[in-house]
Design a protein around this ligand. Sequence first.
Ligand code: PHE
Length: 471
Amino acid sequence: METKKKSSFSGSLGFVMAAAGSAVGVGNIWRFPYLAAKDGGGVFIFIYIVLLLTFGFTLLVTDIAIGRKTGQGALKAFGTMHPKWNILGKFTFLVPAIILTYYGLIGGWIVKYILVYITGQGGPAAQDGYFTGFITSTVSPIVFLLIFMAITAIIVYFGVEKGIEGFSKAIMPVLLVLIVGIAVFSLTLSHTDADGVTRTGMQGLAIYLIPDFTGMTFSRFMQVLMDAMGQLFFSLSVAMGIMITYGSYVKKDVDLNKSITHIEFFDTLVALLAGMMIIPAVYVFSGTEGMAAGPSLMFISLPKVFDAMGTVGAVVGLMFFVMVAFAALTSCVSIMETLVSNCMEMFGTDRKKTSLVIAVIYIVLSVIVCLGYSVFYFEVTLPNGSVGQLLDVMDYISNSFLMPLIALFTCVLVGWVVKPKWIEEEMELGGYKFGRKALYRVMVKYIVPVIMVVLFMQSTGVLAWIESLIK
Ligand code: PHE
């Protein structure tokens, strides 16, 4: 839309902050730590960082440069690059459409914990079973989910996301300081359980940071790789069109290279610190067995940390969940906003009507996903070998299934149809140096497409099937 161009970012800092606002969310604080814990700590961290500097970098450059060069959001940008590729834009749109079925649910969990600390329930919340009791009940999680989704929808309905973004930017640095503080405290923890085994935070830190590849099998490695890749895309908000739209708002005189490095750095820093706050604590209180808790990890381990802090714990806990709620809200708003603006463009409807319809649809869908822990409870083995509930199924579809496909097609388009030069020109616009140009070229043409095909085969179970044939 032409009118949208007016709202371009004021400069490099404005762009980095806005992109970071969308990028930093529950992906960093909730999703990264539970995957890192599930996949053995150091191994995951090591693989994640390698992927960030290669795959994350390539996709961030691609998305942002496509956006700025075409001046269009994802829905039209691909068609502008090549008329036959218009469909990829529509396909991209599916990712936020699926993420929104469960993002608000996590938001609701966070709101619940705000209430826990306001009402002085920090003690009970630190007990085993508290969180499971909460999510498996039928009414309470729905109420919190509705609160969170309603706030998101109201912001999108009135189109006031800029206001809340400003607010969120102001509290981001405070959130970061708080996370560092909690992480440092986590490292000082020590706990002796019933059979006399003492575990310390520093031992937990070693598990978190030092890769231990002993006993690693090929299929396990592929699973970790898949988790890390899906997390990377989710966290950077790439391979889903969102960064293309953000790129289209960036002025031509901004050095994209620098901005991209800053986004990569900031997003990863928050994730790493969040892991440092959560993983040593899980290890201390529940040992390595406790690390496989999955999506519930943050809500099980952090209350124990706050409880161990004594009386200040209640205040710290409250502050923490309030700030995370804002980080989650800005991300959730950016997802719903993408859906609403794309639908407005596709169907030619107005903002208010579109927001209402989308809000109603997603409230229904989120409630269904929410009941996936109670009424609709089931355990399913996903094609990639992991076991999960409804939320994990949705997460699997967006992060393990759709994202590799979109990344594959985007890179084929850039690497082989319009050619990497097309992106490089944009990165070098204004005489700036495209530092990792050679890396970018090899990645976008060969490595990303090949690895995406392999990962897609892994996530759909084809690879395991081939393996079983060979055996
Ligand atoms: N990147 C965000 C996070 O880490 C999630 C997100 C996904 C935001 C998709 C926008 C779009 O939480």
